[in-house]
Design a binder for this molecule. Structure first.
Ligand code: SAH
Ligand code: SF4
Length: 343
């Protein structure tokens, strides 16, 4: 546990900590509610705690996990991207998307990413480090606080920002557990979606844990040669192994899986790829989420066209596979899928 970040502490950690300071039991509950129901973060805000305790907290936990250093709003005002500095000087990005009544936030789990998907800005920057569970929790709290000031609440959390969540499994899942706490933030597991590049052992572990969290798999190609050229991690974890793990996940949990597909013109938006994909996932409880590629500096591929995207969708639909073409959002502020980096 990294010392100095209150969000790294579970409720039972806080109880032990305050007990070790000689505080009565109920102080832990007050602190927990202050953090997760009032979204306080600085010890001076905890006015229901006695001053000496507030001072002690200020000494032990001198800073928030994150400092916003740059905030960009898309021209349609619906997407807000924030560059957040961590205490070691590294930075991550997190995004708030406001569509209709939804307030969805997209959070990061690592600084950079080790998976090296060629079309992804995060992959292009390489791996710097894992985020602690507290740094993951802090991103949600940051937006919860922001929305609270306007009388609004976070409705969904997608773990689709920078990094591969299943490469940082422990911290990601313990962050979600902390946010889940009934007497804390109480954010239901079903309102989280984790997206993974397809780390098979982690998908299997996730399956065994029978969690209620939604699962999305970044597939992007239906044959191993093409997928390996786009997602190098396909070599150790090829498509059929991923799909076998998905099949088990669905039969154990009864939950639907989402397959993600960034449509690249002339590469994976062809009728052949659509038919190959359909053959592989036919009969699975699933849904395909396709999105035209978001351009990044390090990748020459171009987004699909509307016509080609519709054709791809039609082919899947003809096989009985639901597919939606998602709109690209937040392009003008580089807040789209795969465009996050810590420049
Ligand atoms: N590491 C995880 C989650 C973060 S990426 C994963 O890969 O699933 C979130 C989603 O954005 C993934 O589906 C990823 O494949 C997709 N993505 C990455 N770069 C993209 C780009 N340039 N255009 C569109 N989608 C992209
Ligand atoms: Fe990492 Fe996901 Fe980007 Fe691939 S798409 S490099 S796994 S963040």
């Amino acid at each position: 546990m990294a010392i100095g970040l209150i969000y790294n502490y579970s409720f039972s950690d806080i109880k032990s900590l305050l007990a070790s300071w000689g505080e009565p039991n109920y102080r832990a509950r007050q602190l927990w509610e202050g953090l997760y129901q009032h979204f306080w973060v600085f010890p001076k805000q905890f006015t229901d705690l006695p001053l000496p305790l507030r001072n002690r907290l200020a000494e032990e936990f001198p800073t928030d996990a994150l400092t916003p250093v740059n905030i960009l709003r898309s021209s349609d005002k619906q997407t807000l991207k924030t560059l957040l500095r961590l205490n070691d000087g590294q930075a991550i990005e997190a995004v708030l998307m406001c569509y209709a009544k939804r307030r969805t936030i997209c959070i990061s789990t690592q600084v950079g990413c080790a998976m090296g998907c060629v079309f992804c800005a995060t992959g292009q920057m390489g791996f710097k480090r894992h985020l602690s569970s507290g740094e993951i929790v802090a991103q949600v709290m940051y937006f919860a606080r922001l929305l609270y000031a306007d009388g609004e609440v976070v409705t969904n959390v997608v773990v689709m920002g920078m990094g591969e969540p299943f490469h940082n499994y422990e911290n990601t899942l313990s962050a979600i557990d902390r946010l889940n706490d009934l007497e804390g933030y109480n954010f239901g597991a079903r309102r989280f979606t984790i997206s993974t590049v397809g780390l098979v052992p982690a998908i299997r572990r996730f399956t065994e844990e029978k969690r209620q969290i939604n699962l999305a798999i970044s597939l992007h190609a239906a044959d191993d040669a093409l997928r390996s050229s786009m997602l190098p991690i396909n070599k150790p974890y090829p498509i059929d192994d991923i799909l076998a793990a998905c099949r088990d996940y669905i039969s154990v949990t009864g939950r639907r899986i989402t397959f993600e597909w960034a449509l690249v013109n002339g590469v994976n938006d062809t009728p052949e790829q659509a038919r190959l994909l359909a053959g592989k996932i036919k009969g699975l409880l699933c849904h395909v989420n396709a999105i035209p590629l978001n351009p990044t500096i390090g990748y020459a591929g171009q987004p699909t066209t509307r016509l080609r995207a519709n054709n791809f969708k039609e082919i899947l639909n003809n096989y009985g596979i639901p597919c939606t073409i998602r709109l690209r959002r937040g392009m003008d502020i580089q807040a789209g899928c795969g465009q996050l980096a810590s420049k």
